[in-house]
Design a binder for this molecule. Sequence first.
Ligand code: SF4
Length: 448
Amino acid sequence: MPKLSDETDLAYKRRVIDIKSESFCAAKWYNATIWLGSGQTTSCHHPLPHQVSIEQVIANPKALHNTPQKKEQRAQMQRGERPSGCEYCWKIEDMGVDAISDRVYKTVIYEDKDLDEAFNTRPEQDVNLQTLEIAFDRTCQFACSYCNPAFSSTWVKDIRRNGGYTNLVSDGRNHFTHEHGSSQLYTITDVNPYIEAFFKWWETDLHKTLKELRITGGEPLMSGYTWRLIEWFKDHRGQSKTRLAINSNLGFEKDKLERLLDATQGIELDLYTSNESIGQHAIYIRDGLDWDQWTSNVTYLLDSGKLRGLHVMCTINALCLISLPEFLWSIVELKKKYGKDSINFSLNILRFPSFQSPLVLPLEFRQQAVEELVRFHAANAHNLHEFEVNQVERLFNYLRDVDSPHSGAMENSILQHDFKNFYQQYDQRRGKDFKYTFPQLAEWYDTL
Ligand code: SF4
């Protein structure tokens, strides 16, 4: 039991983490995201990814996670020093001694004995992962407006066909100006040494220690490697206790999902899918989506009763606010029909690209969304899980009280300028019509 039932996060931090060091975070030892298409890894989503050496993974597949950088950072944490890449956490902790940063949440999920072991491991030693997110490649049939070519091959095609988006002043990370070739170092027919190393590690060792494996993309169900892994589970039933989770946009005919459910029988499978608005709004934001297909696939998966959980990840961007409340009501209806645990949602507030943040909208639209979310919250708190209630509260407080998507974001007039600039180009390239799809925003859009 990692955390005592009546223990606060702060009490846990003092009891388990602070006695080790002032900067200990278990994610450096037990958690990783690994992008096998680019050969990059990071411990959690906050530090920037770094490159894994091909020579090192060929010699030792565990080097996919146990890189010299992570080993150095583990040593720093053992000495109580702060690795600079973990800036996100240090900023929060510098707000006050009792401030709880993500390193507490990234640590609390592991057993106390494993934390002791991590802390006492010699820094040069390899450690076994417990939670892992991997992406095999960026192949994806969608090109959502808030995604970019680093994560979608359809986005790459847009840039290849039409060139980069132009005149976006606030997009300092250059999401939409080039193909992001470094995100995909190998073609589909090349031998990718990172993928080879992953399977070698998985088959010999990793399947015995890993508690959770989440496959992301691109669209994982379009990758032959995802199916190779699923086949492994099918052929080795009972030999691994790893829980499997897959992110999918559900943009498929039923037979693909049938194949998935059939192949994963007897395996604990969580499916994560994305959406945050209704009908034409969803089709506009998530370019490639067939709304009727998505809703019917959600119902199909719930009817099957075969998933451990179905999770809807909502990316809260400017364009979803109008129909987000209706979308959340529809999830509550599914909870009533299939059970509270059968389907969950999370509300992830978009910060980058900042011109797509919900904060670019004029106050009156934000206020309208707040009122509807407050109504939704009041009517449904008993139908939701505590974390869902908290996320709805966090969102309406955010829409009401926050002015800027992130520190260093440009002023709103520049973001609004980029907003129009982007969607004009998006409409042209994708055959869409902003004002027709969002008539409520048309008058404001014309003034930008
Ligand atoms: S200290 Fe914070 S930023 Fe660093 S790995 Fe842990 S949770 Fe992530």
